[in-house]
Design a protein around this ligand. Structure first.
Ligand SMILES: Cc1cc2nc3c(=O)[nH]c(=O)nc-3n(C[C@H](O)[C@H](O)[C@H](O)COP(=O)(O)OP(=O)(O)OC[C@H]3O[C@@H](n4cnc5c(N)ncnc54)[C@H](O)[C@@H]3O)c2cc1C
Ligand code: SF4
Length: 509
C-alpha cells in the first residue's frame, strides 16, 4: 500500500475544490477523509431536507475530487466503519493510514473549531489548520476593523468591503454616487406579478439513495423530505444561480421586504445553502450580479442590494460571531425565558402570517429574510421567548443554517439579545408592518386593525406591551423613544387593556 503523507479532513461545509487544505496538499501522496456523521446531523435535530442536501452534496463532491485525481476515503452513514463523530473517524483513519500530518481548513463554527484544536495533542501528530479564504474578510482582518470602534455598524464595514473588492466602484466612490440604495427597496409585492420559481433539480441516483437513508435514520426530524429539488453539485448550483440572475435579480431590490401568501421565494436568490457549503463562491456571484448591472440587465438598486447582503451582511455577521464567541450564544439582554410555542413546529395557529412562515419552513427548509426577521423572529421577541431556544430552532429548520451565520442573525439582529451590538434598534413591529408588506392579514382570523380584545391581531397588544415592559432598556434609543412616547399617550384604561390582551394571549400559548 502507498504511504500516505497527509490526511486532508474535508468537512461538510467545505465542498470547494480550491479549499485551502486541498490547495496545500498533493493528490498523488495525500488522502482525503470525508464522513457522514450522526453527531453532526443531530447536535440539533436538523430538518430532513437539510441533512439530505448536505449528505448528497458531500457524496457528489467526493466524486468530483476522485475525478480530479484525489484518493478519497468517504465514510457513509450506516457503514460499519462509521464512528459517528469527527474525532472518532479521524482516530480510525490515523490507525489505518499512519499519516505524518493532518491538513484541515479552519472550521466555520466554534464548536467544531474547539474540537480540531484538540486533535494535535490527542493524536500526537502535527495538525495544520489553514485559513478559509472563501470568506472575503479573514477573522484577523475583521478584528482589526473592529478594534477601537465604539460601534460596529455593518454599513461602514460594507463600504470598506466595496473598496477592498472593487465591486460597484467608480474610482474611489460608489457607482451611482450612493453606497446604499435600501430606501428604494421597500415595495409590497402584488399577487399579479410574475413570480419565478427557483430552478429545480431532479434527484439523481445518489440523491435518491441519500433520501431513503435520511427517511430511515432521521424520519422523526422536523420537515418534509419531498419534494427535494435543491442542486447538489457545483454545476447545478451555478445553473440555479444563473436562472436567478436572468429571472429574479432585476426585481430583487424592489420586493426584498415583501411577503405574499403561497409565494415562499418571491424574487430571492435561494442560494444561501449553496454559498454556505461551498458549492457557490461569494465573490464570483457578486461579480456576476455586477456584470448583469453593467450589461443593463438589472437595475442598480437590485444589484447593490444583492451584493450588500453578501459582502456586507454575510461577512459582517461572520466577523461578529468570531469576535464574540464563546458567550455570544447566551446573550439575553431582555432576560426573556418563555419556551418556544408549539406552533413553531406544528404551524397550528390562527395567525396567518406565522402559519405561512412555519408551513413553508416545514415544506421547503426555507423562509426568506423578512419572514425570519419580522414574522417568526419578531413574534418571539414580542412574546418574550428565550433567545437561546429560538436560536436552536433557527439552526435546525433551515437548509442554509450554520451557527456562524444563524446565531448573530437570531441573537443580534432578530432578538436584540446582544443589547444592540449588531442592530441599531430592536426589529419590533406590530401587525401594521406585516399588513403593509404582505397580504397575509386578509385571510387571517384576527383583525389587524384592532389593538385589543379577542379578535385583535396578537402582534398589536404584544408590541405595545413589549414597549411598556422594556421601556427602561429601549427608551433611550432615539429610534424607539418615539414608540415609548406614543405608548405614554394612551389612556390608562387603554394601557390596561393592552396588558390584559397581551397576558391573555400569552397564557393561551
Ligand atoms: C433569525 C434569522 C436567522 C437567519 N439564519 C440564517 C442562516 O442560518 N443562514 C444564512 O445563510 N442566513 C441566515 N439568515 C439571513 C437570511 O435570512 C438568509 O441568508 C436568506 O434568507 C437566505 O435566502 P436567500 O438565499 O434567498 O437570500 P437572498 O435574500 O436572496 O440574499 C442573498 C444572499 O445574501 C446573504 N444574506 C442575506 N441576508 C443575510 C444576513 N442577514 N446574514 C448573512 N447573510 C445574508 C445570503 O448568503 C443570501 O443567500 C437569517 C436571518 C434571520 C433574521
Ligand atoms: S392580522 Fe396579525 S396575526 Fe393575522 S396575519 Fe396580520 S399580522 Fe399576522
Amino acid at each position: 500500500m502507498a504511504v500516505v503523507r497527509n490526511l486532508i479532513v474535508v468537512l461538510g461545509d467545505q465542498l470547494t475544490p480550491s479549499l485551502s487544505s486541498l490547495a496545500a496538499a498533493d493528490p498523488s501522496r495525500d488522502r482525503v477523509l470525508m464522513a457522514e456523521l450522526h453527531d453532526e446531523a443531530t447536535y440539533v435535530r436538523h430538518h430532513k431536507k437539510k441533512i439530505a442536501f448536505v449528505f448528497s452534496a458531500m457524496r457528489h463532491f467526493a466524486e468530483e475530487l476522485r475525478a480530479a485525481g484525489w484518493t478519497v476515503d468517504y465514510v457513509k452513514l450506516g457503514a460499519p466503519e462509521n464512528r459517528a463523530s469527527f474525532t472518532g473517524q479521524l482516530a480510525s483513519a490515523i490507525v489505518e493510514h499512519r499519516p505524518t500530518g493532518i491538513f484541515v481548513t479552519e472550521a466555520a463554527e466554534w464548536r467544531v473549531s474547539r474540537m480540531i484544536e484538540g486533535w494535535q495533542e490527542q493524536f500526537s501528530i502535527p495538525v495544520a489548520v489553514l485559513p478559509d479564504d472563501r470568506f472575503l474578510c479573514s477573522r484577523p482582518a475583521f478584528g482589526t476593523w473592529a478594534a477601537g470602534r465604539k460601534q460596529l455598524r455593518m454599513e461602514y464595514f460594507y463600504r470598506d468591503m466595496r473598496r477592498r473588492t472593487g465591486l460597484l466602484m467608480d474610482g474611489d466612490g460608489p457607482v451611482g454616487g450612493k453606497w446604499n440604495l435600501d430606501s428604494e427597496n421597500r415595495k409590497a409585492a402584488d399577487i399579479d406579478l410574475f413570480m419565478p420559481r427557483p430552478k429545480a433539480c431532479s434527484p439523481d441516483t445518489i440523491t435518491q439513495e441519500v433520501l431513503a437513508l435520511v427517511e430511515a435514520e432521521f424520519g422523526d426530524h422536523f420537515g418534509d423530505l419531498a419534494p427535494f429539488w435543491f442542486a447538489v453539485t457545483r454545476a447545478d448550483a451555478e445553473a440555479a444561480f444563473e436562472a436567478f440572475v436572468d429571472r429574479a435579480l432585476p426585481f430583487f431590490g424592489d420586493y426584498q421586504d415583501a411577503m405574499l401568501e403561497g409565494q415562499p421565494f418571491l424574487y430571492h436568490s435561494v442560494i444561501a445553502q449553496y454559498l454556505n457549503c461551498g458549492l457557490l463562491d461569494p465573490l464570483r456571484v457578486c461579480r456576476r450580479a455586477e456584470a448583469a448591472y453593467r450589461a443593463g440587465k438589472a437595475p442598480l438598486n437590485a444589484v447593490e442590494g444583492f451584493i450588500r447582503q453578501i459582502i456586507g451582511w454575510r461577512e459582517y455577521v461572520r466577523g461578529i460571531y468570531w469576535l464574540k464567541m464563546p458567550g455570544y450564544e447566551r446573550s439575553n439582554f431582555f432576560g426573556h425565558a418563555r419556551p418556544l410555542p408549539d406552533f413553531y413546529w406544528t404551524a397550528e395557529t390562527g395567525m396567518a402570517c406565522v402559519k405561512a412562515a412555519v408551513t413553508q419552513t416545514r415544506e421547503q427548509a426555507y423562509a426568506h429574510h423578512i419572514q425570519r426577521l419580522m414574522i417568526t423572529g419578531n413574534f418571539a421577541m414580542l412574546a418574550g421567548v428565550d433567545p437561546h431556544v429560538l436560536h436552536e430552532w433557527y439552526l435546525s429548520v433551515y437548509c442554509d443554517a450554520y451557527e456562524w451565520v444563524e446565531l448573530p442573525n437570531t441573537v443580534g439582529m432578530s432578538q436584540f439579545a446582544d443589547g444592540g451590538l449588531l442592530a441599531s434598534k430592536p426589529y419590533a413591529a406590530s401587525g401594521a408592518y406585516i399588513n403593509r408588506m404582505s397580504n397575509y392579514c386578509g385571510s387571517c382570523r384576527y383583525d389587524v386593525k384592532q389593538r385589543t380584545g379577542p379578535q385583535a391581531c396578537p402582534f398589536n397588544a404584544l408590541f405595545w406591551d413589549f414597549i411598556s415592559r422594556h421601556r427602561d432598556k429601549i427608551g433611550h434609543n432615539p429610534r424607539m423613544a418615539q414608540m415609548v412616547r406614543t405608548y405614554d399617550r394612551f389612556t390608562a384604561s387603554e394601557q390596561q387593556r393592552i396588558r390584559a390582551s397581551s397576558n391573555e394571549f400569552l397564557a393561551s400559548l
